[in-house]
Design a protein around this ligand. Sequence first.
Ligand code: HXC
Ligand code: NAP
Length: 305
Amino acid sequence: MAYNEPMLRDGALDGKTFIVTGGGTGLGKSMSKYFLELGANVVIASRKLAVLEETAHELGQAIGGRNIAGKILPIACDVRDYGAIEAMKDKTLAEFGQINGLLNNAAGNFISPTERLSHRAIDTIVDIVLKGTYYTTLALGKHWIEQKQPATVLSIVTTYASTGSGFVVPSAMAKSGVLTMTRSLAVEWAKYGIRFNAIAPGPFPTKGAWDRLFPVEAFPPHLRERFSDHGNVPIKRVGEHQELANLAAYLMSDFSSYINGEVITIDGGEWINGAGEFNHLNEIPSDMWDVIQAAIKSNTRAKKQ
Ligand code: HXC
Ligand code: NAP
């Protein structure tokens, strides 16, 4: 078995209905596809209905003939609009009868020096990422608690939700709020049978992220390699969508019932590469270490005398 093959057994999500925000494109689309393959019904929700409908058509075609496949339903919903979320919830219940899980995946982001941003630009990102996530979680949480329906909530954050990062400050502030919500409600709502976890992905190429975060053709030449794809990833590759889908399906499934309040990083070691004080010494060629070792020994001998 290879790392980028589907991991769970057929039917692992049979009988489940999940809502995936931002499910029409990128990582949300890949995770939705795998949930469907594993037997779940999936509602994909975002602002652009035409995009959602095209994805629903494509995913329906791809797996429609297989009896393990669940059904896909596209619903237009701006996650900043609480009324639209409630309407989406009602439409999902009318179609599938119950909701077993929520994947908070919708986001907005772009790189910029913070001092160049208007307050409206900051609001835009924070509202999609943080307000959108807590609105959706609250609307579904109230429903689950009232119906005594166990459920699971998975949120896609980023590694800089924990560390912070310059040049994506609105996203960093919002994602750390989502992570804090995850850890807080994991405790508060455990008594209702609602589980909360998060995934912090490293670079997984998507058009949405690459257009806005890695416009490397416009970067100075000496920065292009470092900021292209896997430039900061020790294992020297980007993530493949199926790897993320495998982890997400596991965390949405009952197999992960004892995991609650956790954030799982899947980044090939990227964030720790940036954090370790001496990690950049990787750039020293191995044959130079004889010279360096000799210098250290000479220094320490000199001190002893
Ligand atoms: C500075 C910008 C800007 C930019 C927009 N604005 N882009 N400011 N630099 N590049 C400002 C606008 O001028 C405006 O402020 C305000 O932000 C709102 O812009 P709109 O275009 O009106 O907003 P909207 O149409 O709602 O679009 C939202 C968006 C857009 C976030 C700007 O990019 C979008 O729809 N994104 C959704 C998909 C996405 O972002 N995917 C990437 C997720 S990747 P003013 O003051 O002029 O009114 C991700 C990965 C992280 O999160 C980790 C990777 C490793
Ligand atoms: P993407 O394709 O641009 O996905 C973002 C999605 O959010 C889009 O489908 C968009 O659809 C939706 N969205 C934006 N604003 C919305 C709103 N107000 N209401 C509802 N939906 C909205 O980018 P992606 O790379 O797949 O990102 C998916 C998730 O992974 C995000 O949470 C991102 O932060 C996270 N992530 C990605 C990476 C990576 O390397 N790709 C790394 C770390 C974390 P509409 O435009 O139709 O609304």
